[in-house]
Design a protein around this ligand. Structure first.
Ligand code: TYD
Ligand code: MG
Length: 454
């Protein structure tokens, strides 16, 4: 017997309540509850136990097709996906408005020449997309455009056209006429994504969904989208800088530690295959407050510049700001400097910036961060050919980092003559380095004593 009742669902976090309230008790968002009629099915206890007819099969007897991945021709994207696009996978590409999601997906549509691709847009007209494609300047006879937002029409196009890859820009604009709520609401997004997932699996077609990110950095509306899709890629960067990082947040078919780096040019995106170029794109002078970190993202080592500015606070409460670095981690490092190394920073403003506008998550950057802060505080520059690789612990100890040999080799290759690493990394280094001197340090005091000694 089916009974229907009204439930209120939060469009931000999916919290459900039988009574309407102005503020969601779960996520604290105002006016986010939407009314929804749900049919509650009363099932008897025995009904629950009835088998649906499918039986378990032996693992060794499961048949699977070893499907080959589609190589998109964009090396940075293929690597982040785990070595190409897997047929039948649903990929969510998230990012702030204007960061370049549509441009990245259009590159994919233009450069994957081996498959028929349909780029479905609910945000731009086919004319606007074609104008953008002209700017990119790549031609592809296999690329088709469609301006459509109706889910039922999209599904019928996918099944009749039998494309090799489908791109949907964006999932927030798609709506199903069978669902009685506005496009972009939780119910619409969830149902549309679920329908697209099932068509993608059934026809073995990879589908890319573009999703907007809200102010908090979450994929707008439902978190649930992240659970439905196979892979979540995030396109991030600072809009005022040219560099963009494609990061994999979830990947059912590959590693999540890989990143792809791109540069936004006037004619589209350019792949940055050698990330250390971020460091050498600008001419460097001997300023105080600059330290170079030998960092690793995914499996690739690269060198990146950390800039700090420490000045006396003008107002009572000192300001702390960080671009490309976690502000909480910066506060922690400042507390360590104050407590363990005796630097009085509590009355000073501290600004930190990772050059190029990219975000670094590798903890090995800590040592360069504290050295740049110190260098700015005492106003003495660090020697240009010095690099750092080490994590800083709460008691001021320098902790070992992963892939130490790769970091040292990359620094040596780029002409660095000195690198500071944790003493605990000593055993992990077996190679001989002729051009670079390795300084093993155990505590932050050791580093400070050594960098300004000569
Ligand atoms: P877009 O892909 O539309 O962003 P999203 O889909 O994430 O909202 O990219 C928008 C920005 O990229 C826009 O400000 C213009 C810039 N851009 C370039 O600089 N060069 C180009 O060749 C293209 C196509 C866009
Ligand atoms: Mg767009």
């Amino acid at each position: 017997m089916a009974k229907s009742r009204i439930t209120y669902i939060c469009s931000n976090c999916e919290y459900q309540t039988p009574k309407w309230v102005g503020k969601c008790p779960s996520c604290g968002m105002w006016n986010s509850l939407e009314e929804k009629m749900t049919a509650t099915k009363t099932t008897s206890k025995t009904e629950n136990r009835i088998s649906s007819g499918s039986l378990p099969v032996k693992l060794s007897e499961v048949e699977y097709s070893n499907e080959t991945r589609i190589i998109s021709g964009i090396g940075e994207l293929d690597r982040v996906l785990g070595g190409g696009i897997l047929p039948g996978s649903l990929v969510l590409v998230g990012g702030e408005p204007g960061i370049g999601k549509s441009t990245l997906m259009l590159h994919l549509a233009l450069e994957t020449k081996s498959k028929k691709i349909i780029y479905i847009s609910g945000e731009e007209s086919t004319g606007q997309i074609s104008q953008r494609a002209q700017r990119i300047g790549v031609e592809n006879e296999n690329c088709y455009l469609l301006a459509e937002t109706n889910l039922e029409n999209i599904l019928s196009v996918i099944s009749s056209q039998n494309p090799g890859i489908v791109i949907i820009d964006s999932i927030q604009t798609v709506f199903s006429e069978k669902i009685d709520s506005y496009p972009g609401t939780v119910t619409q997004i969830r149902e549309c994504a679920a329908a697209l997932l099932s068509v993608s699996k059934k026809l073995s077609i990879p589908i890319f969904l573009i999703g907007h990110i809200n102010k908090d950095g979450n994929i707008a509306g439902p978190k649930i989208l992240e659970h439905i899709v196979d892979t979540v890629l995030q396109f991030e960067g600072d809009k005022n800088h040219m560099y963009r990082v494609l990061r994999s947040i979830k990947n059912r078919f590959g590693s999540t530690s890989e990143i792809g780096i791109f540069e936004m040019m006037s004619h589209g995106l350019r792949e940055v295959t050698n990330p250390s170029e971020l460091l050498f794109s600008q001419k460097r002078d001997d300023y105080s407050g600059i330290a170079i970190s030998a960092t690793v993202e995914g499996i690739r080592p690269f060198l990146i510049e950390v800039q700090a500015l420490v000045s006396s606070a003008v107002y009572g409460t000192p300001q702390r700001s960080a671009t490309g670095f976690d502000i909480r981690r910066l506060n922690m490092l400042l507390a360590v400097l104050e407590k363990r190394a005796g630097f009085k920073l509590s009355q000073k403003d501290v600004f930190l910036n990772i050059a190029g506008g990219i975000k670094v998550v590798d903890p090995g950057i800590d040592l360069a961060v504290i050295c740049s802060i110190l260098s700015s505080d005492v106003d003495i520059s660090i020697h240009k050919q010095t690099a750092f690789a080490g994590e800083v612990g709460l008691s001021g100890e320098i902790r070992p980092v992963s892939r130490i040999e790769q970091r040292i080799s990359e620094a040596e290759k780029l002409g660095f003559t000195r690198i500071f690493v944790s003493e605990a990394n000593k055993n992990g280094i077996s190679g001989k380095y002729k051009k670079i001197q390795i300084e093993f340090v155990a505590k932050i005091e050791d580093v400070f004593r050594k960098i300004f000694a000569d």
